[in-house]
Ligand binder design. Structure first.
Ligand SMILES: N[C@@H](CCC(=O)N[C@@H](CS)C(=O)NCC(=O)O)C(=O)O
Length: 257
């Protein structure tokens, strides 16, 4: 029996959605999937519906949402053709390329290049986003007196810079003699979901105020990689007004504030 994805509490635009449907907010995690969908649309004409929630109101902790993602976090992809929902951004990127990217524009057929893609996708998912997320938390949101935050702030800032340094080594070609343009693939690499899964976080290095321009001077290849990817039309679309709830109020579902 197919699982029941929806209840009476599920917002109507989601309950009546067909094909692919994205529930998002335009945060770094939301943008990963938004960008890939825009890339797929540009090449294959992929179609999907979008609903935006406000995670500030904890809409993602309600029963209707937990039924789709028990982790209570955005983004979520629903494949209505299969009555199937997908949580965790890297799994969502992999699901979408498997479903849509028949010509492997954003993945690889060669097993070693594919392994490289998975290594960098997992590296950022497991060793990058959690640290940068904690930098954002401890520098922007933590409701504690400053003297209680110092250890955590230093720890997570240093770990984030260490991880940026790992990607800098890789892109610079320090140990291979060949600089790279993208994270995975032979030679200088090919733009893939490894980049899409990583870029939306790193491009926002300045957001918390913790990481300075001077800190970033240690990562010239990383800075060029940020700019290179920012130029892509689908990246501009996936991070732009189309996912801004104030510009697209019709996409808003659930409690707004
Ligand atoms: N590991 C998850 C992280 C998702 C995540 O942390 N999403 C954030 C927005 S960037 C969220 O929904 N936060 C709301 C909350 O924690 O309740 C993934 O990659 O999908």
């Amino acid at each position: 029996m197919a699982p029941t994805l929806y209840t009476d509490e599920t917002p109507e635009p989601i309950r009546s959605s067909k094909g692919l449907h994205l529930i998002t907010q335009s945060t770094p995690n939301g943008q990963k999937v938004q960008i890939l969908l825009e890339e797929l649309k540009a090449i294959y004409g992929t179609e999907w519906g979008t609903s935006i929630i406000n995670i500030g109101t904890n809409e993602q902790k309600k029963d209707w949402f937990l039924r789709l993602n028990p982790n209570g976090r955005i983004p979520v992809i629903i494949d209505n053709d299969k009555s199937f929902s997908v949580m965790e951004t890297s799994a969502e990127l992999l699901y979408l390329v498997e479903r849509e990217d028949k010509d492997h524009h954003f993945t690889f057929t060669d097993p070693l290049e594919k392994s490289q893609l998975l290594q960098w996708l997992y590296f950022w998912h497991g060793s990058g986003a959690p640290y940068q997320g904690q930098v954002n938390h401890f520098f922007k949101y933590a409701p504690a007196p400053p003297d209680q935050l110092q250890y955590a702030q230093t720890r997570f800032k240093n770990e984030t810079l260490r991880v940026f340094g790992v990607i800098e080594i890789h892109l610079s070609g320090k140990y291979t003699g060949e600089p790279r343009e993208y994270l995975a693939g032979n030679g200088s690499g090919k733009y893939s979901i490894a980049d899409i899964g990583t870029w939306p976080w790193i491009k926002g290095w300045g957001w918390s105020g913790a990481i300075t321009k001077e800190d970033m001077e240690a990562f010239p290849h990383l800075l060029k990689w940020i700019d290179r990817i920012a130029e892509r039309p689908a990246v501009k679309l996936g991070t732009g007004d189309a996912y801004d709830a104030s510009k697209r109020p019709e996409l808003y579902v659930g409690e707004k504030r």
